[in-house]
Write a protein that binds this ligand. Structure first.
Ligand code: ADP
Length: 380
């Protein structure tokens, strides 16, 4: 039951119990009390005839005034006892209701303190199905979200440290070797240091970009663009590299595709990233194809390659930060493992989705992304 009717009913119960106790005391206790007082009065008259004056009575049968007085005394006494009992019952019920409300609130306050001091695993148990139960449930959800953010933060620091360590170790080791004369002072040595320094720079730039896109601080200039415009933006920049590696790049777009609402540069960056990966993970002589189709109020783009392919598990994991299927190979190519994480954020920030499918290892992979054909910010 909800808290609102619960409270109303509990107040009503308090009032009803009070009334019931008072009615019971006037119905059952007051008449007996009155009868007892009348008996006492009669007895004292029998034992001490003529002494009635002491009890405020005249000699002879009791007058109406005396009977009224006894009645009022009896009623007042039972009302005092009845009222006391009613207050006692009301106090008990109110204390129980107040305890039921304040106990989880106090537990939540204590749990918040523990969470604030770093115990993110703190959770509260509840069997209540009212607003208090809902509050406890929301509290637990918040604690779980905080715990996962904290885990991600720690993981991110560990990952960044790990990513920085490899190129830094190479640079430091090479420089020490040069100083000691163990490594020859050749252009190849300087090229190696240069490459590692470049990798560090790219990693830092990627991290900066990731932090901006994850923090929602990136401004998107959403304008209508024809899908062909977007595809040209990316292919113009990468076609020479496809030719160099002898990979056939084909584009097949239907003629009547509607315009998408997107930031050309940022979406172009996504497509460049997907094409760059397709280029990297497809051996020479392979094919990469870009195609698109119009769906309900969106256009779905796809980049399909005939490359190394992905396992079903990796199809989702590759969107996690720093995740690389073949670590040594991806690192050797300078990949930071953040490209797809950024790409997914960029697409989602514009109202679309990005995902990957593959028929398995060695069978190529396809990356899909959708973009709306209406202004996402206006409709959302
Ligand atoms: P990276 O900079 O390492 O390429 P990404 O985030 O772009 O980082 O990609 C993450 C990982 O996903 C890559 O290391 C690679 O293992 C896998 N991957 C991405 N694109 C493809 C593809 N077209 N075919 C097979 N594996 C891919």
């Amino acid at each position: 039951m909800r808290l609102y009717p619960k409270l109303l009913i509990s107040y009503l119960v308090v009032v009803i119990i009070g009334l019931a106790v008072i009615i019971a005391s006037t119905t059952f206790v007051a008449p007996r009390n009155f009868a007892h007082r009348m008996e006492m009065m009669m007895e004292s008259e029998e034992h001490e005839p003529g002494q009635g004056q002491r009890h405020g009575m005249m000699n002879g049968p009791p007058t109406d005034e005396e009977i009224n007085q006894r009645f009022r005394d009896a009623l007042n006494e039972s009302l005092i006892w009845g009222g006391g009992a009613a207050i006692g019952a009301a106090l008990l019920i109110s204390a129980f209701v107040a305890w039921r409300i304040t106990q989880p609130v106090k537990a939540m306050a204590a749990a918040s303190d523990r969470i604030a001091s770093g115990h993110y695993e703190e959770r509260l148990a509840t069997h209540q199905h009212d607003e208090i139960g809902e509050l406890v449930h929301s509290f637990n959800q918040m604690a779980a979200a905080l715990q996962s953010t904290e885990t991600m933060r720690r993981q991110l620091i560990a990952d960044v440290a790990h990513e920085l360590k490899t190129p830094l170790t190479t640079i430091v080791g090479t420089m020490e070797g040069l100083q000691d004369g163990v490594i020859p002072n050749t252009p190849a040595t300087f090229e190696l240091v240069h490459q590692e320094a470049n990798r560090l720079r790219r990693l830092v730039l990627d991290l900066q970009e990731l932090s901006r896109v994850e923090g929602g601080k990136m401004a998107f200039n959403l304008q209508p663009h024809l899908p062909a415009e977007l595809v040209k933006f990316a292919t113009d920049r990468l076609t020479p590299q496809f030719t160099d590696k002898d990979i056939a790049l084909t584009v097949s777009l239907p003629a009547n595709l509607p315009a998408i609402y997107a930031d050309l540069e940022r979406t172009g960056q996504v497509l460049i990233n997907l094409l760059g990966n397709a280029l990297q993970y497809t051996p020479s002589g392979g094919q990469v194809e870009i195609f698109a189709e119009s769906l309900d109020r969106q256009v779905r783009f796809a980049v399909r390659d005939s490359g190394v392919g992905l396992t079903p598990d990796d199809c989702e994991k590759i969107f996690q930060r720093f995740y690389r299927v073949d670590k040594s190979r991806a690192r050797a190519s300078g990949g930071s493992g953040i490209g797809l994480t950024i790409a997914r954020h960029l697409v989602e920030s514009q109202g679309g989705h990005l995902w990957a499918t593959s028929d398995g290892l060695g069978k190529g992979s396809t990356f899909f992304f959708t973009l709306p054909t209406e202004n996402f910010t206006k409709s959302s």
